[in-house]
Design a protein around this ligand. Structure first.
Ligand code: SF4
Length: 363
């Protein structure tokens, strides 16, 4: 093993340069073990050979049989390339993308009878993802409250459903399969207590709330609070008030997220190594196109036309994100959070789309 690691070290010493790039480590059968990026590839790769044996880097290099790297125009380009490689190839040691930790999402499943769930990652299961949010416990409580108020199911995916308008050869009366159905906290599609259309109407309300376009769950909660107070059920009214506060908090997050997504629409020009400058067209936190930075006036006009085409393409301006979008939004948002000075290199979409002569402020 020592001679294998030594020959990898010699290879890195001889060939790697201190430039931004992405590196890959392969195992004995050519399987991809790890993808990483660095603004200084040589220094980063050499650090693997000095790692303490308890560190992950030492473990990876001890299994590596081949190391490859490619240079990118900038650190931002390396970040994007690393992200796309990890997503496409899911290397063994990158199984959990480190930047996803600490966040969670609300997942509106795409099942015949959908549910709301809190998930740690937007991991590709079909449906819409809302977030990212911080604070899994409080988010779980809020999602439970929304599910209860709109009477959505929260049972496992394989729970048999029996909607009222579903054809059945031998119709039988059935009790809801859990207490939520009996306590009117679920429409009980498992027991034929609602039709597909009735259930779907509640899903539409849940989606609208998560997209920030409706307040239905809050309105329902306030009505119940008022009713509880009229009936002198003060303890229950106080419980509902706490629940309403959590929902209000979530609504605040949703509004904030919507604002962030809107701000993440711009044209971003990044100076590259050796003059290899690149321009990225970013809409709602995801890179929609990447081009060489324009030099001549014709190239500027071409870029502007391309950016307009991307920004003007009709798209729902909602918070619901597909799995692949959610991860990229987090990546881009994190980049600008860590490097706020980079915003100086952006040109907001609203500036590009403004009629000539209109003045706009930057995000
Ligand atoms: S009542 Fe039925 S559909 Fe509703 S959560 Fe319980 S098991 Fe699921």
């Amino acid at each position: 093993m020592a001679s294998r690691v030594e020959s990898l070290l010699a290879h890195v010493r001889e060939h790697a340069e201190n430039r931004p790039g992405v590196y890959r480590m392969f195992g004995p059968s050519g399987e991809l073990l790890y993808v990483g990026k660095s603004v200084r590839v040589r220094t980063r790769l050499l650090s693997y050979f000095r790692a303490d044996e308890r560190e992950k880097a030492a473990e990876i290099i001890s299994h590596a049989h081949k190391v490859e790297w490619e240079y990118t125009a900038s650190e931002f380009a390396a970040l994007l390339h690393e992200f796309r490689l990890i997503k496409a190839q899911r290397p063994l040691y990158n199984v959990e993308h480190k930047r996803d930790r600490g966040h969670c999402f609300i997942h509106l499943t795409r099942e015949a009878v959908p549910r709301l769930r809190v998930v740690a990652r937007a991991n590709g299961e079909s449906g819409d993802y809302f977030g990212p949010f911080h604070g899994r416990d409080s988010l779980t409580e809020v999602v439970r409250a929304v599910s209860d108020l709109l009477e959505l199911r929260d049972c496992p995916a394989d729970t048999p459903m029996r909607l009222a308008d579903q054809f059945q050869l031998f119709p039988v009366e059935q009790e809801p399969l859990c207490m939520r159905g009996q306590l009117s906290r679920c429409l009980a599609p498992c027991a034929g207590r609602c039709t597909h259309a009735e259930y779907h109407a509640r899903v539409v309300q849940a989606r609208a709330f998560l997209e920030g376009t409706s307040d239905t769950p809050l309105t329902l909660l306030r009505e119940r609070m008022a009713l509880a107070a009229r009936r002198l059920q003060f303890e229950y009214a106080a419980e509902l008030r706490d629940r309403a506060e959590r929902l209000e908090l979530m609504r605040g997050w949703i509004v904030e997220l919507g604002r962030t997504l809107k701000q993440l629409s711009f044209v971003y020009t990044v100076p590259g190594h050796g003059g290899e400058d690149r321009t990225y067209v970013v809409r709602r936190g995801s890179v929609r196109d990447e081009l060489p930075a324009p030099g001549s006036s014709e190239e500027h006009a071409a870029l502007e036309a391309r950016a307009r085409e991307i920004f003007e393409r009709p798209e729902p301006e909602t918070l619901g994100l597909r799995a692949h979008e959610a991860q990229e939004v987090m990546l881009i948002a994190r980049w600008f959070r860590l490097h706020p000075e980079e915003l100086e290199r952006t040109r907001p979409a609203k500036q590009l789309l403004a009629p000539p002569g209109t003045s706009t402020s930057t995000p």
